[in-house]
Design a protein. Structure first.
Length: 187
């Protein structure tokens, strides 16, 4: 009798996890269906059972991105320190979103090139940004300040991705304190 694999996430999640990892580490060219199946430790037939094509796999990743974004936005809204603190905290190394949004977002960025094939990823990424901005706006109120907070968080995230230093004359904590002061001063 064949041994069943009971450890770890279900096959569908393993496939999406493997796809994310391959996109992040090797880019779209390295994320072939064969490579995803091998990395997920499923047969190609098992992969095709869950995702019938590469487009279906992309759709599954983007659905995961939207789901994780909605969960992340709820965490932002309910964070004891507030949405601004949560957004900035999850934009720096070691502060990744507890719902896995950071990895899924990065994987989606890898397929959001300027081609027509990247259009669904760009739409999903725009929806994620809108989710975050809406949560920030609920706390901050002012649309300009809300967007400034998001842009600061996005800048911190970009520095994290590129390996640019986050320290220097101003720390992320000082940025947060100054943003808090700006938000308080507008009241």
């Amino acid at each position: 009798m064949a041994e069943r694999r009971n450890a770890g996430p279900p096959a569908r999640d393993r496939v999406l996890d493997a796809y994310e990892t391959l996109l992040i580490e090797q880019g779209p060219g390295g994320a072939t269906l064969d490579a995803v199946a091998a990395s997920a430790e499923v047969s190609k037939g098992g992969l095709l059972y869950h995702f019938s094509s590469k487009e279906s796999l992309v759709g599954g990743l983007l659905d995961r991105l939207r789901e994780r974004s909605a969960l992340d936005a709820e965490r932002m809204r309910s964070d004891p320190d507030g949405a601004v603190a949560y957004y900035l905290r999850t934009s720096v190394p070691g502060g990744e979103s507890p719902v896995g949004l950071t990895r899924t977002y990065l994987a989606a960025l890898r397929i959001a090139d300027g081609s027509a094939a990247g259009a669904p990823a760009r739409e999903a990424l725009a929806a994620v940004d809108a989710d975050g901005l809406a949560a920030l706006r609920e706390e901050v109120g002012d649309p300009v300040l809300s967007w400034l907070v998001q842009l600061v968080g996005d800048g911190l995230y970009l520095r994290t991705l590129t390996g640019a230093p986050l320290t220097g004359e101003v720390s992320p904590e000082e940025l947060h304190a100054r943003l808090r002061q700006l938000i308080a001063d507008r009241s």
